[in-house]
Design a protein around this ligand. Structure first.
Ligand code: CTP
Length: 411
């Protein structure tokens, strides 16, 4: 995906073993459509060569403010004026101390100080030993950098190159890419608490078998990611899927419809928006056997009786209405035919202001989809696109409905 198309990023490397990850980060940024200008401190050059970074970024790498390749001798101005953001990855404890003090005795710190702060944001990916990270001096510098307007992206946790284990690892290249992409997204959902359900549910027949459906969870996960990128605090209640949790999203894993209902009940009190994207099983076996059901050799098949599962969305919408709560509820409809008519009927039946229709068999498991947004007055199509692009469009649409004072009933 070209999430960074048109963006020019100054990627600053300072001294740390995590420089090896910056090579991959550089590739990832370029793959996402950015152009990347690498600037390295002298210490970074002890860990990775400019030749590697030059080959990956397809641009000359700069390290010294005295570099004669700049014909005006103003590298710190030239490089910072053309950037859309400066990302320092890895940022060493020493370099952060330098930035916090406003020192500028090498090209990278000089261009960070000289950059136009209003238009060229500074993002910092710290990387250091856990003792260095937790040291009050480093934490003081982090606080100062944040107060000065920088975005400190946080650190990972785990094994460190020094053999110790703890906080201070640089985030992985994919995590840094996701954070940078999110940074550039508009924030119309700031202050909103969004609760999303995603994926299928699994209804047990016995301890080793059950019934489920073909939902992959990709649409719901994309919605959770898009809501987070848009500034919301997001909780994702996920049925059994093997997808990575979007950055910054709180995830609750569940199995059955009743587990999902319990998890939703636990989190919906704090929510201002509820997006029910899960493909909840409509029925479950009336009795789940305690032990595996065995063939008895008679050729007879077990008789499975079914009972209906609770309708999570309808119940949440109904209870919010009864309590006059400002909870904006959005439903999904996975249909196989007559999308508009089915979606309109479902919207009214569920008692929600907005219902998003899609054709289930055409989208389950795929990376793209097409959506039909149905409200009381009209239907609007979001044409086929990747699920993440559609999720961002849907979140922007929901945000504008909320801004316009959207009612939380079916109308
Ligand atoms: N939904 C829910 N709880 C259920 C069933 C559905 O919360 N037990 C939610 C889904 O998350 C979705 C919407 O209701 O937002 C519609 O789901 P869908 O399965 O398409 O509709 P059903 O109500 O099950 O209707 P039908 O199967 O008859 O089409």
């Amino acid at each position: 995906m070209n999430d960074l198309a048109g963006k020019h990023i100054v990627l600053g490397l300072t001294g740390g073993i995590a420089c090896y990850k910056s090579a991959e980060l550089c590739r990832a940024l370029i793959k996402a459509g950015a152009t990347v200008q690498v600037v390295m401190t002298e210490a970074a050059g002890q860990f990775i060569t400019p030749v590697t970074m030059q080959a990956l970024s397809q641009r000359p790498v700069y390290g010294s403010q005295w570099d004669v390749r700049a014909d005006n001798n103003m590298l710190h101005i030239n490089l910072s004026r053309e950037a859309d953001a400066c990302l320092i990855a890895p940022a060493s404890a020493d370099f952060m101390a330098k930035l916090a003090q406003g020192r500028a005795d090498d090209l990278l710190s000089l261009l960070c100080l000289a950059r136009p702060r209003q238009t060229v944001p500074l993002l910092i990916a710290p990387a250091m030993n856990r003792e260095m990270w937790s040291h009050p001096a480093t934490q003081r510098n982090v606080a100062q950098l944040c107060a000065d307007g920088a975005t400190v992206l946080g650190v990972g946790q785990g094994d460190q190159a020094c053999g110790e284990t703890g906080d201070g690892r640089m985030l992985e290249p994919q995590e840094l890419l996701d954070d940078l992409v999110a940074f550039f997204q508009a924030k119309p959902m700031l202050g909103q608490q969004v609760l999303v359900t995603a994926g299928p549910t699994y209804e047990a027949i016995d301890p080793v078998r059950g019934i489920t459906n073909l939902s992959s969870g990709k649409m719901g996960f994309a919605i959770a990611r898009a809501a987070r990128e848009a500034g919301a605090d997001v909780t994702l209640v996920a049925g059994p899927v093997s997808l990575a949790t979007p950055r910054g999203v709180r995830r609750v894993d569940v199995l059955s419809a009743r587990d999902m209902q319990a998890a939703v009940a636990q989190h919906v009190g704090a929510a201002t928006v509820f997006i029910a994207c899960a493909a909840v099983a409509d029925w479950r076996p009336a009795v789940a056997a305690d032990q595996k059901i065995k063939k008895d050799g008679s050729g007879l098949v077990p008789e499975l009786g079914f009972v209906e599962n609770p309708d999570i969305l309808a119940a949440v919408a109904q209870s919010a209405r009864a309590q006059c709560r400002a909870l904006y509820c959005v439903g999904f409809a996975a249909e196989s035919q007559d999308l508009l008519a089915n979606a309109q009927a479902k919207r009214a039946r569920k008692g929600v202001p907005l219902l998003v229709g899609n054709i289930g068999p055409a989208t389950f498991g795929q990376d793209d989809n097409a959506l039909l947004l149905v409200d009381e007055a009209r239907a609007q199509e979001l044409p086929r696109n990747s699920k993440l692009v559609l999720a961002r469009q849907l979140i922007a649409n929901i945000a504008s409905r909320i801004r316009a004072g959207g009612r939380n009933d079916a109308g």
